[in-house]
Design a protein around this ligand. Structure first.
Ligand SMILES: [Fe+2]
Length: 386
């Protein structure tokens, strides 16, 4: 068996209602003064109120930074760091979607270590130590609570990442109460993103693809496939919401250690240039990338097809089962009410050449793809998706 490494969050709390007694779950880790990092929408909804009250009632001072935007900028990150520094924060809580969690990770790093952000970009450059860090996701998709990665927008549209086990949190809290109010279109897009994490992790050509990631990816697909429609159409169903949170976390553990590939590489130019949400960007190219990969990966996709879509267990032959898997994924996006073509999100056809050349810059992802992708291939995949 080939050698591999596997890193994940050391403590996971899966409990409906856990955020409402955050002090009991995480107060001892966070210390006296907690910086809570969230976004203005969640703050206005009052979603974090019970968690904040729990900490305050237990004698913690809580400083709130609620200015995280989608695709968070370096300026936002540095403002949050300053808020934490002037308050003398002893611990950081990230509360929200992937953007808030990504900012919280780097706030904890920069406050704890004093290192310069420009020395931390890239893989294994961040040294730490960081401040105590607790992450509470309010969407089921990014898996950011168990990934060692934070993505920040620098300048107009350049995305830079810090990837280091140092920014894995001390505790991740999965509380289905926080996701029941998520609108259907966000539930759909983030849920498909989680499925893509599982699919790409399972099929990743990464030298660190490993038996744990594969096992986690399959269980993630089983949970996500069985519950995504219920979560979208019956948002108040806490069993389905809990299963989606668990599935997205398992997919996060899988791809944190067996990284994603061409679906994400081709999704980034869609999000970066046209500001299409990450999950929808992935869904738009997903069936087309898998069809392109099929000549190299049909046996691999066939292995996981029935995890996501149990009816495919009856289909004989890996090519037929792989084809059924890709069709079922395409059907799923439509069934969930998502836009399915690039033209539906008003991307002009003449933008495809630039998107294909931008996708080629995602070399760190493309190296993991089961089939080599040239710029012409990317152009053809986008054209099929248009
Ligand atoms: Fe993703």
């Amino acid at each position: 068996m080939t050698p591999f490494q596997f890193n994940t969050t050391k403590s996971l709390v899966f409990e409906t209602g856990a955020a409402a007694h955050l002090a009991g779950v995480a107060g001892a880790v966070l210390g006296k003064t907690c910086l809570l990092v969230t976004d203005p929408g969640l703050r206005a909804l009052g979603l974090a109120d019970a968690a904040i009250a729990s900490l305050q009632d237990a004698g913690h001072e809580v400083v709130i930074f609620d200015q995280v935007e989608a695709d968070p900028s370096r300026e936002t990150l540095m403002t949050a760091v300053e808020a934490g520094r002037s308050a003398g924060a002893t611990g950081v809580v990230g509360f929200g979607g992937g953007s808030s969690l990504d900012v919280a990770k780097l706030v904890a790093l920069l406050l704890g270590s004093g290192e310069d952000l420009d020395d931390a970009w890239g893989v294994a450059q961040a040294k730490g130590p960081r401040l105590p860090l607790v992450l509470v996701p309010t969407t089921a998709g990014t898996g950011s609570e168990v990934t060692p990665v934070s993505i920040i927008t620098v300048g107009a549209e350049e995305k830079r990442g810090v990837s280091s086990p140092v920014i894995l949190p001390d505790i991740a809290i999965l509380d289905a109460d926080l996701t029941v109010g998520l609108p259907p279109h966000i539930t759909a897009a983030t849920g498909v993103d989680a499925m893509v994490h599982a699919i790409e992790a399972y099929a990743s050509k990464s030298a660190n693809n490993n038996p744990l990631s594969k096992m986690l990816a399959r269980e993630a697909l089983r949970l996500l496939g069985a519950n995504i429609e219920t979560a979208v159409f019956e948002g108040q169903n806490k069993d389905a919401r809990g299963a989606m949170l668990l599935g997205s976390m398992l997919a996060g553990q899988a791809f944190a250690n067996s990284p994603v590939a061409a679906v994400h590489a081709l999704a980034y130019p869609i999000g970066g240039t046209f500001h299409i949400p990450h999950g929808l960007s992935n869904a738009l190219v997903l069936p087309h990338v898998l069809r392109f990969n099929a000549p190299e990966a049909s046996a691999t996709y066939a292995e996981i097809a029935a995890d996501a879509f149990p009816h495919l267990a009856d289909v004989d032959g890996s090519q037929a089962r792989c084809a059924g898997f890709i069709d079922a994924l395409a059907d799923l996006s439509a069934k969930l009410g998502m836009q399915t073509r690039l033209r539906d999100v008003e991307i002009p056809k003449d933008a495809i050449a630039k998107m294909a050349s931008d996708a080629m810059l995602q070399t760190r992802l493309l190296v993991n793809n089961p089939r080599d992708v040239s710029e012409t291939d990317a152009f053809n995949i986008y054209t099929a998706a248009w």
